[in-house]
Design a protein around this ligand. Structure first.
Ligand code: SAH
Length: 260
């Protein structure tokens, strides 16, 4: 009995505690290691994706006339965890330079196009930008560290809500999300230094042109669902004049309308 009491003496208990603490720390160490290994697993595929984007940008047609993708955009692309934005079934392809299905008949855009669009609006740390077509939230996540504020609209509530939660969980806290028809823009969030439309429209929506600041830039795929589509750069000069330029052929899902 005394022995039993002795084993529960303060010294005995602190030894037990110490052993348990060591066990817990060792377990936590294993967990940390597992999390790190998990992150490392994507580091090389992500770096390879950045190299592919650079190579792709170098082979752009003359009309697209960019001197490669800006370093700031490439750095962000090299950090955003694209695997967090795709369904589990396609996670293994997360860093392929290809669009992937995200459900509801929609796709997360090809990384090269995401980088190119982010580059073309020439965003700066004090910019406010609008994205039409939140989808997975990936393009918004890429824009987030490059600008002051991102406003993004998605017409499919389930996609918009999932993306909003994901962006919040991952800490992209300068991204504002909204469910609705992006054709009409988001005047309360603007005016905008840059607008990115990530679904193909039959024409450039006039409300978006209106919400673009003088000196602002919009990139938008224009064309029909089955016919040719072109990525178009719309520029509003400081005096308000609009110029448009077709950059390169692209393939996007269609911009749908609320009444459809
Ligand atoms: N930027 C997205 C790619 C999304 S694909 C990403 O990074 O994952 C295009 C998205 O535009 C789809 O989710 C589609 O539902 C949405 N969309 C289509 N028409 C729309 C509209 N009128 N307003 C807002 N979103 C629209």
């Amino acid at each position: 009995m005394r022995g039993f009491v002795d084993r529960k003496s303060p010294t005995g208990r602190s030894l037990g505690h110490l052993l348990r603490l060591v066990a817990v720390l060792a377990f936590a160490g294993t967990l940390d290691g597992a999390v790190l290994a998990q992150q490392d697993r994507w580091a090389e595929p992500r770096a390879a994706m950045v190299r592919t984007i650079q190579a792709h940008a170098a082979s752009l047609p003359e009309a697209a006339s960019t001197d490669g993708i800006s370093t700031a955009v490439l750095e962000v692309i090299g950090k955003v965890p694209r695997h967090e934005f795709v369904p589990e079934q396609v996670e293994r392809q997360a860093y392929a330079d290809a669009p992937l299905p995200i459900g509801y008949g929609q796709t997360i855009s090809q990384p090269f196009i995401v980088a190119l669009m982010a580059h073309l609006i020439e965003a700066s740390p004090d910019s406010t930008v609008l994205e039409i077509g939140t989808g997975s939230g990936y393009q918004a996540a890429v824009l987030s560290p490059l600008v002051k504020t991102v406003c993004t609209i998605e017409i499919i509530p389930e996609l918009g809500e999932t993306a909003a939660r994901r962006l919040e969980d991952l800490g992209y806290d300068n991204v504002h999300t909204k469910i609705g028809d992006g054709y009409f823009g988001w005047p309360e969030c603007g005016p905008f230094d840059g607008i990115l439309v990530t679904a193909a429209a039959g024409h450039v929506p006039p409300p978006l042109v209106k919400q673009l600041k003088p000196g602002g830039r919009m990139v938008i795929p224009v064309g029909s669902v089955f016919g040719p589509q072109f990525l178009v750069l719309v520029e509003k000069a400081s005096g308000g004049q609009i110029t448009t330029r077709q950059l390169l052929p692209v393939r996007f899902v269609p911009l749908t309308r609320e009444s459809q």
